[in-house]
Design a protein around this ligand. Structure first.
Ligand code: ATR
Length: 274
């Protein structure tokens, strides 16, 4: 039997095991994914216990996506640039790290926006999630990606750290709100609006044009305030379910060698969310 895990602190909330175990059963694979709670400061000991149980692969969640890197034998170039890993493949004692968050986000977005490269894009936020998405979209070839953030210096640092060619203007949130009508894609990457603070919003949608597409990485609630405001203005929207499902699908593909049924995965995540 193959053994998989998802590690983090906290880990109780993770929906990955239900999603992957359902796929293992559906495809008749003799495999299981378990939640492994590794307390802060205990990463080294926790990883040793994964080695001892001869783990075949694992997902990494908060707060270990960066801290895991020194323990890996190989790192793919995009995860190296992003500086974060969420998927580890273990083969013959070698641990290889990937970042399927950014790639998963891109795959989910491309299904909705095949013309993505030409879309004038605004990213809201400059944290870890923004970094993964910004670098991945720049690497893919999106031509213009502007960034707004509450703390301007963090947005500047993000732009300076990007190793891929892309045109980027940095701006305060107030200016982005004023210029919102110029954007064809707006990507919300902060935690503002996430349950339980569901009424909060990091940016006003007043000037949004109806041809725009608004994507929020939050999936709880399924419709954040900015998504409902965008819908009310006639814009198309996407919540964070796709990113979660596709990061899982790409991890599954790395572990099993084939790409799984994402409709089935979406269904098991939505069922878990209730
Ligand atoms: P993650 O790794 O999940 O992206 P993070 O690194 O803490 O999390 O980044 C969170 C993002 O949400 C940042 O862009 C942060 O803005 P700052 O850089 O100004 O801190 C943004 N954010 C968090 N709380 C916020 C708030 N109350 N108002 C506006 N932006 C907020």
């Amino acid at each position: 039997m193959k053994n998989y895990a998802v590690i983090g602190d906290p880990i109780q909330h993770s929906m990955s095991p239900v999603m992957h175990n359902d796929l293992f059963q559906f495809y008749g694979l003799d495999a299981e994914m378990k939640k492994v709670h590794i307390k802060t400061e205990m990463l080294e000991v926790g990883l040793q216990s994964l080695r001892d149980m001869n783990i075949d692969g694992f997902n990494v969640t908060v707060p270990y996506k960066q801290a895991i890197i020194p323990y890996l034998d190989e790192l793919d170039p995009l995860s190296e640039a992003i500086g974060a890993v969420n998927t580890v493949v273990c083969e013959n004692g070698k641990w290889m790290g990937y970042n399927t968050d950014g790639e998963g986000y891109l795959k989910g977005l491309l299904e909705q926006l095949p013309d993505l490269k030409q879309r004038r894009t605004l990213i809201v936020g400059s944290g870890g999630a923004a970094r993964g998405i910004y670098f991945t979209l720049a690497h893919y070839g999106v031509q213009q990606i502007d960034i707004c953030n509450r703390t301007l210096v963090k947005a500047v640092a993000l732009k300076e750290a990007c190793p891929f060619p892309v045109k980027t203007n940095i701006m305060e949130v107030a200016l982005a709100e004023k210029m919102l009508g110029e954007y064809e894609l707006i990507i919300q990457t902060t935690s503002i609006g996430m349950s339980p603070k569901i009424g909060a919003s990091p940016i006003k949608m007043t000037n949004l044009k109806r041809e725009a597409f608004v994507s929020d990485i939050i999936y709880n609630p399924l419709e954040t305030k900015i998504l409902s405001e965008a819908k009310a203005r006639g814009a198309k929207t996407q919540n964070g379910i796709d990113m979660f499902v596709y990061q899982g699908a790409l991890a599954f593909e790395r572990w099993q060698g084939f790409f799984p049924d994402t409709d089935r995965m979406r269904y098991s995540v939505l069922t878990q969310l209730g």
